[in-house]
Design a protein around this ligand. Structure first.
Ligand SMILES: Nc1ncnc2c1ncn2[C@@H]1O[C@H](COP(=O)(O)OP(=O)(O)OP(=O)(O)O)[C@@H](O)[C@H]1O
Length: 794
């Protein structure tokens, strides 16, 4: 038998599921024949808590943790191991791609010469592939190592080219492009060039520009878009003589011989280019999706080869028909699935395969509850309403095998007051999910919304909210519970944990309001993730992490901070300013962001292999004038707690340290009578007499750019595929936003307060409000407050 419960929030889905299980236990069904599955740990724990008193034999799992029980631990790789494996694969692919790109660049009239040189460089193994990648990606500037090593090894041609790309410019000014100057460079150029640090790059550009201004065909070549091709064109057109010398001097061939030889190379290059084109079409293209797919394939192959299982494989590879696996699941006769709207296809497969496998030999009951409107993990429901599709599948299955398929309807909400439900229906009528709720409770409700200026430094939104919390606790009465409000009756919902959450938290703490969740948790999400990024950047020079650090609002980088962070050292990591400007051409980054990159870049030039001490990181956070002071006030004890953990751990391994920190957050205690601050995602399934929704985010800005080794790789923002992908994502995220809003509002039982700036939330809410209160939407201004008793308006 299959029971399908699809009903609105608060209608008692979990309640009914738990009741069913209680009935079974009372009928003396063995606890071990009952399996409870869910999408999240929170939902699994919720069921467990509610049934603890009835049986300790019932099995509660998330779909993943259930599958995990069938694996041998030695095969499992954790997140960090899996990330490192992927990183290694991406690195390999990029190196491969760099070679192809390099060759592709060379397929012009003068390609053969350059390819020849590159071949020699490659054969002699003088430089690393990384050097050559740099060479491709950083126009004009040959890596110094190439120049130096070539000189040492006697392969002077590349040095010569490089020197002449500058020297010929100078030469064109002072008529010094004769054979002698060529020899001079050969003889004395080494020291000049090895001292030629990257700080002189701008100088080179300037000289090149000056040179270009006198040459018609390059008049329009600006600083930003000079490419290797331009440089070689300049060299080769200006220095025909030089070209001949290059052919003859090094290899001792005459012009015809060298021509033949180079033609031969040209054929090889052509073959490579065909390969490249195929690669371009099949694997890479300029689509981030295709690139990722390629990486995925390689990652999978690598795992297969080494018989590894990662988190995602857990659910894919279990074969329930396998004899050993079957032994473990034989006693199961009842499968209950909560929060089923969030299951991914893979998780559904597990549930259905398991059910079918058991059903093939024994009778098994499947009980599924969910609510499509509350599906808020979009990656899992990417391909549309999976929940509804699964209902049809199961109906067909039941029909085929003559099983009973029961659809249970739950009509009324046992959670929220009429006022809250009326409000949610009005709001949802402006979204893609119109709803119609009925209340089954008899207490009154209250809704209040307030719109604020979106200027983040304006603290009015915080002071208003704190005043509200104080008023609530001092004066308000909860009808359902017949008592005055306590802090623990208040749940603040936020969209994401970001720096404004951080500020909210500190304002609340400064006001002496207790918080149920220890700030360490929030600090963890807000700050420690950033620290991890800093560590990744420090250890691996992982530029994705760098980008994340820079984008992060918690840190406002001052020169001093940066200096402290990137201690004084030799220049071993370098982004040049023009490269940063190019980043802007390849992505949707703001000028402000680019300015930050450029600023940071100045400091990265004095980079160390890794900082040995965590103190600079903490000082950076704590003493930073903008955010540090909040952290100081809010979480000084948290910092000390964190600091102790750091000291205990020592400096053995950063990665292990951060891994340890991740786990250690579980060690922190909670305040029993404190307000709760949660993300909407983590509030699913919860309820609270009073809910405050706080959203000071401006409109979402979708950015989808892949970085590696400091370069924006995919996609090019002009690519049609990229534009389409963005549109599709925007569409999906809009639907997701509606569902998120639904989940947030329906957590409330009696009172709902919404504090928002002008954004999507306020658009929807105030439209609904204008309709209800018969006021023109133009009248909706900043500071507007909804009348307290919402229902009276209609
Ligand atoms: N039949 C009922 N009689 C009394 N109280 C009920 C009943 N059904 C549900 N409730 C109460 O209503 C509230 C909401 O129930 P529950 O959490 O099961 O709803 P839900 O549909 O699972 O909600 P959500 O979709 O938000 O997860 C709970 O406080 C629950 O105890």
């Amino acid at each position: 038998m299959i029971t399908w419960v699809d009903a609105s929030a608060g209608s008692g889905k979990t309640y009914n599921l738990v009741q069913e299980i209680k009935k079974l236990i009372l009928k003396k069904v063995h606890g071990e024949s009952i399996l409870c599955l869910s999408f999240s740990n929170a939902a699994a724990n919720e069921m467990k808590d509610r049934l603890r008193a009835y049986s300790d034999k019932i099995r509660f799992y998330t779909v993943h943790s259930f599958c995990n029980t069938f694996y041998d631990d030695s095969q499992l790789i954790n997140e960090i191991e899996s990330e490192n494996l992927i990183k290694r694969i991406i690195n390999d692919v990029l190196q491969e791609q760099a070679w192809f790109d390099l060759i592709y660049l060379l397929l012009d009239e003068w390609a053969s010469l350059l390819s020849h040189i590159i071949m020699i460089v490659k054969q002699d193994n003088i430089v690393t592939l990384n050097d050559l990648c740099d060479f491709v990606w950083n126009p004009i500037e040959f890596p110094d190592s190439v120049i130096c090593d070539l000189n040492k090894g006697g392969n002077l041609e590349l040095k010569l080219l490089n020197a002449n790309s500058i020297n010929s410019i100078e030469g064109s000014n002072d008529n010094n492009t004769n054979d002698d100057s060529y020899s001079d460079i050969n003889d004395h150029g080494t020291s000049e060039n090895s001292n030629d640090s990257s700080s002189n790059i701008a100088d080179k550009y300037n000289r090149l520009d000056a040179h270009n201004s006198g040459v018609n065909s390059y008049d329009r070549v600006s600083k930003q878009n000079i490419t290797p091709e331009h440089v070689f064109n300049i060299i080769m057109t200006k220095d025909g003589e030089l070209r001949k010398k290059l052919y003859s001097k090094k290899w001792g061939m005459n012009h015809i011989q060298s021509r033949e030889w180079l033609d031969n190379y040209f054929i090889q290059i052509k073959e490579k280019s065909d390969e490249y084109n195929e690669y371009q079409v099949n694997l890479k293209s300029n689509s981030i999706g295709q690139f990722i797919n390629h990486i995925k394939l390689l990652y999978r192959a690598e795992k297969d080869k080494n018989k590894l299982v990662d988190f995602n494989d857990l659910i894919k590879n279990v074969n329930f028909a396998d004899y050993n696996v079957l032994q473990k699941i034989i006693p199961i006769k009842y499968i209950f699935v909560d929060e089923a709207q969030d299951l991914s296809q893979g998780q559904w497969d597990v549930v259905l395969n398991l059910y079918k496998e058991i059903q093939s030999s024994n009778k098994c009951t499947l009980y599924i509850v969910g609510d499509e409107k509350q599906s808020i993990y979009s990656s899992n429901t990417f391909d549309g309403p999976l929940f509804t599709k699964m209902k049809r599948n199961l109906q067909n299955y039941a029909k085929t095998y003559g099983l009973q398929f029961e659809v249970k309807k739950l009509h009324a909400s046992y959670r929220s007051s009429d006022d809250i439900l009326h409000f949610v229906d009005t709001v949802m009528s402006y979204t893609n999910y119109p709803t119609k709720h009925i209340s089954n409770v008899n207490f009154r409700g209250k809704v209040q919304c307030k719109l604020f200026d979106d200027n983040r430094v304006d603290s009015k939104i915080f002071t208003d909210m704190i005043k509200k919390i104080r008023d609530l606790v001092n004066e308000y009465y909860l009808f359902e519970q017949g008592k005055y409000v306590e802090f623990k009756d208040i749940l603040i919902l936020i969209k994401k944990r970001n720096n404004s959450t951080f500020r909210l938290l500190s304002e609340i703490q400064n006001a002496g309001i207790p918080i149920n969740e220890h700030p360490f948790y929030i600090m963890y999400d807000c700050i420690v993730e950033s620290l991890i990024n800093i560590a990744k950047f420090a250890l691996f020079k992982d530029s994705t992490a760098l980008i994340a650090i820079l984008k992060n609002g918690y840190f406002k980088w001052s020169y001093e901070d940066l200096e402290m962070l990137f201690c004084e050292q030799e220049n071993i990591f370098n982004l040049n300013e023009d490269y940063c400007i190019n980043l802007g051409n390849y992505s949707d980054m703001s000028d402000e962001f680019l300015a930050k990159v450029i600023e940071l870049n100045k400091y990265i030039k004095r980079w160390v292999s890794y900082p040995k001490n965590i103190i600079p990181f903490f000082s950076q956070i704590v003493f930073n004038d903008n955010y540090g002071k909040y952290l100081m006030k809010l979480g000084y004890n948290s910092i000390l707690a964190f600091w102790e953990i750091v000291n205990d751990f020592g400096e053995e391994s950063w990665l292990e340290f951060f891994d340890y920190v991740r786990k250690s957050k579980k060690m922190v205690n909670h305040h029993n009578n404190g307000i709760r601050i949660k993300t909407v995602h983590s509030s699913k399934g919860l309820e609270s007499p009073i809910v405050i929704i706080f959203d000071d985010s401006k409109y979402d800005n979708i950015q989808d750019v892949l970085y590696d080794s400091g370069k924006v790789i995919f996609p090019h923002k002009q690519s049609i595929k990229y534009q389409n992908a963005l549109k599709k994502r925007k569409h999906i995220s809009e639907y997701e936003y509606d569902r998120l809003l639904y989940v947030a509002i329906t957590r409330s039982k009696e009172q709902l307060y919404i504090y928002t700036v002008k954004n999507k939330l306020s658009d929807i809410i105030f439209k609904a409000y204008a309709k209800e209160s018969n006021i023109a939407s133009q009248e909706i201004n900043l500071g507007l407050e909804l009348t307290k008793d919402y229902k009276k308006l209609s």
